[in-house]
Write a protein that binds this ligand. Sequence first.
Ligand code: FRU
Length: 495
Amino acid sequence: MKTYNILFFIALSLISCQPKNDGTGDETYSEKYRPQFHFTPAKNWTNDPNGLVYYEGEYHLFYQYNPYGDTWGHMSWGHAVSKDMLHWEHLPVAIEEYLDPETNDSTMIFSGTAAVDKNNTSGLCEGKDCLVAIYTSHVHKDNQGLRQHQSLAYSNDKGRTWKRYDKNPILDIERKDFRDPKVFWYEPQQKWVMALVVPDLFKVQLYQSKNLLQWSLMSEFGKVGDTTRIWECPDLYELPVDNEQGKSKWVISLSGGHPAGSNFVGMQYFVGEFDGTTFSSTQTKTKYVDHGKDFYAGIVFNNVKDRTVMLGWANNWTYGNRTPTAPWRGGFSLPRQLSLKKKDDEYFLIQRAIEESKNIRGEEIKDLEKFTGGSLEIELEWTYGDGPILELFSNQDEKTTIEMRGNSVFVNRIESGNIDFHSDFAGSDFATVDTTNQKLSLHIFVDQSLIEVFVNDGAATITSQIFPKGENVMHIPMKENIKNLKAWELKSIWK
Ligand code: FRU
């Protein structure tokens, strides 16, 4: 009897040590390449973050999810909640692929928004407010897209269960490609605004509504900037200007990743004005959100006061279905607080890791070259000059180098280890930076297979995946050019 009790106890404590997940419970979050402080689903495929929203003390992360496999397909909305945007608790799949009631064609749940319907404008809330999700209903036969329209689902229990609205779709312009609605409450005119794309026409359309159910077209913005790949996942938000007290501007950011193939940088942004009807911008240069290959489909949280925070899919459509991870594939960047900075009459995006990320700092690392862990944060200043700044996961056969050449910072993954899973993976990502004050500051997060570099206090970012074969041996070849080096081991968010 006693032995049975002990065995039962051991079994119970083993189960409670497992991270909570929506899968079988076999995932340990210590698998090779598993990020320790970035969100990844316990198992299976994910792409875009969806429906980022704060509601009743919880941040919600919904995400494009395949419940049945580790490549793209059966798109549904996975779900997790957090109190700090860093430590996530997995919840069951929120909205699943279903059969179109009229045609019996399968309908996937593509990207979209969640919003808090504060005054029950939709009439769908049981209490004073509820969560509403507006997503693209992607109707297809055997994975061939037939039609995309926008549909609504609502939840009266803090996002735990969802009902699809019985009069879906709520917006249909009878097109094959028409998607990725971002909906937010526009306070000055007491109405809802929706931004979504007509991908192949490189257009963002803006709609308005009083009740989230009936929508009317207000204006269009597009055919500007980078139009080499179809547009996806637009967002529209207001940001403060760091160096102009009290001033703010509006931003449209969006992604372009299809057709996939060869190397590309995924997201661009436009700075301008929004008057409740039209977004206008006089910007002439194309501006990219992140300069690495692995930042895509970023959107900002709804209903967060006093700051704007973006999460992006840390992957790339070119090779995303083949990255060598198991049993999951795909994950998200750190949450980034956004603002703008004015320079020579132009406004540029500033991105910084959210303040809360300091809470996952563990021990300070005194001697980086002796530290062999794979999850860490590094701050340093580099005096200008060409050369390798840091070599990570460095041994005879492989290394990932962060280096400066001319006025650009590079993350070079040409020899980073496992690069053969796709011929377009190996390469260098770079950001061109302002070199006028002869100093470069780097804020680097390394997380097993994901590197995020914030350059010059967020003036540029580079997000790149790597799949080293060996452990993280660090090499600092030109120490004399480095000042104020500080590093911390980062704690796992899953333990
Ligand atoms: C962007 C995207 C979206 C679409 C979703 C489908 O990565 O292609 O346009 O809604 O992924 O999974």
